[in-house]
Each structure stands twice: as C-alpha cells, then as structure tokens.
Design a protein around this ligand. Structure first.
Ligand SMILES: [Zn+2]
Length: 250
C-alpha cells in the first residue's frame, strides 16, 4: 500500500481575485468569510472564486476521431476515483490510435451494448490523449465492480508484453493532475483496474501497474501542479517483464 506524503491539490490553488495578494503564492485556501447579517447580504461582494493553474492537457476531442456515442443519460455519475487501464491487446507498429478507438466504440456498441467507448480518456504511445466517454457518465467494464464514480483512463498497449512509454507516463501524470483538480478528486483514489477488481484482471499490466503500486505516479501527479521540473521517466525493465517499448513511444 501507499505510504507516501499526501499533499492536497487545494494547497497549490492560487487566487485570481483582484483584491487578493497574488504575490503570495503560499496562500493555501481562501479564508471563508463570516456570514453577513441578513440585511447586509444584498450588497455583499460576489464570492471569490478559487483558481487553478493546471492547464487542461491538449487532447483530441471525440468529434475529431469520429465518435458517435448513443444516449447514456441513465449512466450519469459523479467522478470520485481515478482508475488506470491498458488495452490488454499489444499495440502494433503503425497502428492508428484514432482508428483503434473508433473500432473499440463500434465493437462495444455491437457486441457489449455499450453506448460509447468504455474509457473516458485514452493515451496513445506517443502521448497523445484522446477524449472518450464524457466524464458525466460512468464507464464500462468486463469485470465485476461498481463502476459508478470511476474515471477510466486507458493507456494504449499491453503492458504484460510491452513497456509503457515515457510520453505516455508524462501525459498520464498531467491528465491525472488536471482531473483531480477539475473534479476535486483526492489523488489517493488513484488505482489500477486490478485494484478495483481484485483477482479478475491483470490490467493495466505488470509494466504499468508497478508505477501505480509503488506510488511513483501519485508522487508525480501531486507534484505536477507545483510547476517544479519533474523528472518523469521510465524505470529499467521489470525483471522477467516486457523488454520492448510500445511502438510509437520510446
Ligand atoms: Zn482495465
């Protein structure tokens, strides 16, 4: 289990209010003002909005890869957990990630009665992030666990047979930091599919799971908003594990 220092994302939020002293980057949270007396509330100033400097990572929008989701209004949920997957199918050299995602959507609709791709985000070997299912809706799974609240992030490849690329790790860290901030999700909820569905799957594969299990991804993701120069890089090959990187990565 993780035995790592917890640093709340809110601790790095900065203030955008004109009245706020923005020179003081150490401000953790806006102090909550005392409630005004009823007769004074009409004239009270607008509440100060919290502001985060975590820029949304660049991503390919669903309409750009030709997404055609069906109605899934019965699958509304509130994002609470960050859950990492792999394809479970080796990424072949020369494959087009967008075409693979479109095929996954078409297959899922036909074979599984899934209204959309099962994942919310998919990360190609070169680090390109594709938006899948809207985070407004719960994901899908072939295993048995309550998917409500999970944000599913698929790192493309089979990390039982291939090594995750540095570009994928970098995109994953940025994406996690942004998601945690955007949806107010505690980074300690970060886990692998196999953590959510124990004994049912090896997803996201040994080579990727070790980054999550050791807390390394967690540490990178909570440090990301500080803007410090992170040395996000791949670990040496896992003993007895895959040797080759996923093609298109490094
Ligand atoms: Zn999975």
């Amino acid at each position: 289990m993780k035995t790592i220092l917890r640093v709340p994302i809110a601790a790095v939020a900065v203030c955008l209010a004109i009245a706020c002293d923005t020179s003081d980057k150490a401000i953790a949270e806006e102090p909550r003002p005392e409630p005004a007396p009823m007769d004074a509330r009409v004239a009270a100033p607008a509440p100060v909005a919290a502001y985060s400097f975590i820029v949304k990572p660049q991503m390919v929008a669903p309409e750009e890869w030709g997404s055609e989701p069906d109605d899934m209004s019965d699958l509304l949920h509130t994002p609470k957990y960050l859950t990492v997957h792999h394809d479970g199918v080796a990424f072949a050299a020369g494959s087009d990630p967008a075409a693979k995602i479109k095929t996954l959507q078409t297959w899922g609709k036909a074979e599984k009665d899934w209204p959309d791709v099962p994942y919310h985000y998919l990360i190609a070997p070169d680090g390109t992030i594709y938006e899948g299912r809207s985070t407004d809706y719960m994901p899908e799974t072939n295993t048995d666990y309550d998917v409500s609240g999970h944000i599913g992030i698929d790192v493309m490849g089979n990390f039982e047979e291939q090594r995750v690329s540095k570009a994928q790790l970098r995109s994953l860290v940025h994406l996690l930091a942004w998601l945690a901030n955007t949806h107010s999700i505690d980074m300690t909820t970060l886990g692998s599919h196999r953590d959510a569905a124990p004994g049912q799957t090896v997803c996201p594969g040994a080579d990727l799971h070790r980054y999550i299990e050791s807390g390394l991804i967690y540490e990178w993701a909570i440090a990301f908003p500080t803007g410090q120069d992170l040395e996000i890089d791949v670990l040496p090959p896992l003993e007895g594990g895959p040797v080759e990187f996923v093609p298109g990565g490094e």
